[in-house]
Design a protein around this ligand. Structure first.
Ligand SMILES: Nc1ncnc2c1ncn2[C@@H]1O[C@H](COP(=O)(O)OP(=O)(O)OP(=O)(O)O)[C@@H](O)[C@H]1O
Length: 321
């Protein structure tokens, strides 16, 4: 096996005081992690304790989402997707770590700030169509309600906004219908309009197409995309649906309570001038320099416990012991 050239040699001298000072100064001048992101999660931990048994749903998750992104979170059942979304929605509080959404510190909000956050900073769409809307109100009244609760907008402006949102979501014709008088797809569109009522910085959706057939699901996804383009709202969708995941520019896979890998897609032009969607999978590199290698890669080369590393001019080699 080759000796890793990147590892510090045991005989290298300890840094001088001057070097340590220079390092500290460089650290101080560096902007905070995720400073330019609308969502920043930094080593987020959520531990549930039930009947003396602890479950670590999030195990030091790092994630940043830029303003105006439309992205999907995917992962096996129990990987921590919903836990993360509940925290971002202000419905649950992390055990440790840091998380900010549109400048709001999710670990430091008091009850009043949390209520304002849930009403005005984030919009949320649940999987269960029935959970998103009040059954005794019409579509229009459902969209008006969050604006009435938040206060601030004059009545006429609220009404105009409700109608404009229902039109944007393609359900203007349903405005005087109650949920039971609408299809599942129409209800989810109205739910998106409700979630957008107070112009949230971030729209979160947990399996929003889970109860719909694939065609209706595709239409709902189109609605999210439309909202993202027309209103520049940042959208984060948790989904099992591979079709939905394939339609966004960025898909982050959560594994064992951490962001493990990410797929980025972009339009690229080939040598013949043809545009095609280029897709590439990346492993996540956390702030401490840790990378989670795909299980199948490790199994293929029988890697366990230790690997050798080698720094090349344009890549790092990882070698079995
Ligand atoms: N309120 C809770 N009390 C105890 N354990 C919980 C609670 N909520 C979630 N968990 C546990 O935390 C882990 C992550 O759950 P979570 O619902 O976030 O996963 P998920 O990726 O959204 O799964 P699914 O795709 O099935 O919804 C699971 O082991 C789950 O059992």
């Amino acid at each position: 096996m080759t000796t890793p050239s990147s590892a510090p040699s045991p005989s290298s001298p300890p840094p001088t005081l001057e070097e340590l000072r220079a390092r500290a100064a460089a650290e101080r001048g560096r902007p905070a992690y995720g400073h330019d992101a609308v969502i920043a999660c930094d080593r987020l931990v959520r531990i549930f304790s039930t009947d003396g048994v602890e479950v670590q749903a999030l195990q030091g998750l790092d994630l940043t989402v830029a303003k105006g992104e439309l992205m999907a979170l995917v992962g096996a059942s129990g990987s921590g997707k919903s836990t993360l979304l509940q925290i971002l929605a202000g419905l649950d509080v992390p055990t440790a770590g840091r998380s900010t959404v549109a400048g709001n510190d999710l670990l430091a909000m008091d009850a009043k700030a949390r209520l304002r956050y849930r009403r005005e900073v984030v919009g949320f769409v649940w999987q269960q169509t029935a959970r998103n809307l009040l059954p005794f109100l019409t579509a229009r009244q459902n969209v008006l309600l969050p604006m009435q609760l938040a206060g601030g907008r004059p009545r006429r402006e609220r009404a105009a906004r409700a109608d404009a949102l229902l039109e944007l979501l393609g359900v203007g014709d349903c405005r005087d219908r109650r949920p039971e008088q609408m299809s599942g797809g129409q209800q989810q569109r109205v739910a998106i309009a409700v979630a957008l009522a107070n112009e949230p910085s971030v729209l979160l959706a947990d399996e929003p197409t889970g109860e719909l057939d694939s065609e209706t699901g595709a239409q709902i996804f189109e609605a999210f995309r439309n909202v993202n383009t027309e209103l520049a709202t940042t959208v984060v969708i948790v989904t099992h649906d591979p079709m939905v995941a394939g339609e966004v520019r960025r898909t982050v896979a959560i594994r064992d309570g951490r962001a493990a890998s990410e797929v980025l897609r972009r339009l690229a032009t080939d040598a013949d001038g043809q545009e095609a969607l280029e897709e590439r999978e990346y492993a996540m590199l956390d702030r401490a320099g840790r990378v989670q290698l795909p299980r199948q890669f490790l199994e293929a080369l029988g890697m366990e416990h230790r690997v050798g590393l080698e720094l090349e001019s344009d890549h790092i080699g990882v070698w079995p012991e």
